[in-house]
Design a protein. Structure first.
Length: 416
């Protein structure tokens, strides 16, 4: 799971600067649970004291001591907590390229609530196969290549041409942002959208609305059908979005037809669903989850018109398949294709090669034992047993000792 994996990565990064703890871990003296607890509070300055204490403490006592230590440190930072509360804020805006940018600062306790919600949704997205990380990495590499070309592979700019200079600067800025983005951060962005949707869906105003909530977009039919190069394709009160993105949104949404002349609305039709509810139920029953090879996402899925309805495709089961958002985006914006062959959807990469279902691979449970033997490590059931004889840890003494080593004086601790 993503939460456990993230914790493993945090511990691994912490061990780079903690040679004493790392040595105990390598030799098998400390279990992973020991190291996980220690790395939450360990620094190069207090590492030696923590190692000495951990050698004589079972995991449960060590975890309690770490929590007490962290609580004592935080209690000594009351003024800092007040400052953090006073500077909390959240701002958002549409960037020049149409991206929605959020900048927020929260207090630790409020941030923990948001973090927990995002972690739960990230984990759910990962379990459902939503991340499509191989696909995302391929797309990211392609996007980076295009940005590099825009930013650097162009003839010498005429510095008097303000628009050209601005375009080059903007390409370099977007290149920097793209290079700084990781797959985890992209999945976290998806989790934030899912969090917002869950909040809207649970709001009392939307509980009895079959559409739950509405995000309004405007597009000319000729643009949607890809028979016109120019026309309207934009979010209401928002930026212009790509026609292919609009086709993806239109695959499984509610549609209202409006007839306009010279900007004046002449008539407004009834709202209809692109995929009627009965057909959507049958589609879910038939496919069960995203039909992209290897994807098992069943929670965040949308109906996809293989031949888009705006181009004459019929809204019937034989012209529909379920796709998660990542793979729905891949088919519309990333150049992937899907066709029906013998009643089953078949997917192709942008280069035309067919995507086969992934094969199931196994693992060798004895591999780690052989690797330990090759390294000269003899680790058995007794190696990580602490030097502990059943006594109870004096947490007051332990925390006071660590606090003094952490730079806090007896006076700052209230004389205790």
């Amino acid at each position: 799971g993503m939460n456990a994996a993230r914790e493993h990565v945090r511990v691994a990064r912490s061990l780079r600067d903690l040679p004493l703890i790392r040595a105990q871990f390598e030799s098998g003296r400390f279990s992973y649970s020991h190291v996980r607890a220690l790395t939450r509070v360990a620094t190069p300055d207090n590492e030696e004291e923590l190692v000495e204490m951990a050698r004589c403490a079972p995991t449960a006592q060590l975890e309690k001591m770490v929590r007490a230590f962290r609580g004592a440190v935080r209690a000594a930072e009351t003024d800092e907590a007040k400052r953090r509360l006073a500077t909390r804020h959240l701002t958002y805006f549409y960037d020049d390229d149409g991206s929605f940018v959020i900048n927020a600062r929260l207090s630790p306790e409020d941030g923990a609530v948001v973090e927990k919600a995002l972690q739960i949704l990230e984990g759910k997205l990962e379990e459902e196969g939503f991340s499509a990380e191989t696909l995302e990495e391929t797309v990211a590499d392609d996007a980076l290549g295009q940005l590099i070309d825009q930013a650097f592979s162009r003839p010498e700019l005429d510095q008097r041409d303000a628009s050209a200079v601005t375009a080059a600067d903007d390409a370099r800025r977007r290149l920097y942002l793209a290079q700084a983005t990781s797959p985890v951060e992209r999945r976290r962005a998806d989790a934030l959208v899912a969090l917002a949707e869950a909040a809207l869906a649970s709001h009392h105003e939307f509980r009895h609305d079959p559409d739950r909530f509405q995000v309004v977009a405007h597009v000319d039919l000729d643009v949607l059908a890809d028979v016109a190069d120019e026309g309207r394709s934009e979010l209401a009160d928002g930026p212009v979005i790509a026609p292919e993105t609009m086709r993806r949104l239109g695959c499984d949404s509610s549609i209202v037809t409006m007839v306009e002349r010279d900007g004046e609305v002449l008539s407004v039709g009834r709202k209809t669903r692109a995929i009627p509810i009965p057909i959507k139920r049958a589609l879910r029953a038939r496919d069960g989850h995203c039909t992209f090879p290897g994807c098992t996402n069943s929670a965040w899925v949308e109906g996809h018109h293989i031949e888009h309805w705006a181009r004459g495709g019929e809204t019937k089961l034989s012209n529909l398949c379920l796709l998660c958002r990542a793979h729905h985006r891949a088919v519309h914006e990333y150049g992937y294709e899907v066709t029906i062959h013998d009643g089953e959807p078949v997917f192709f990469r942008p280069d035309g090669s067919r995507i086969e279902p992934p094969t199931v691979t196994g693992s060798d449970p004895d591999l780690i034992v052989r690797e330990n033997n090759d390294l000269g490590l003899s680790i058995d059931a007794e190696t990580s047993v602490p030097d502990w004889y059943g006594e109870t840890m004096d947490y007051d003494v332990a925390v006071s000792w660590l606090m003094q080593g952490h730079g806090f004086t007896d006076r700052a601790l209230g004389g205790n």
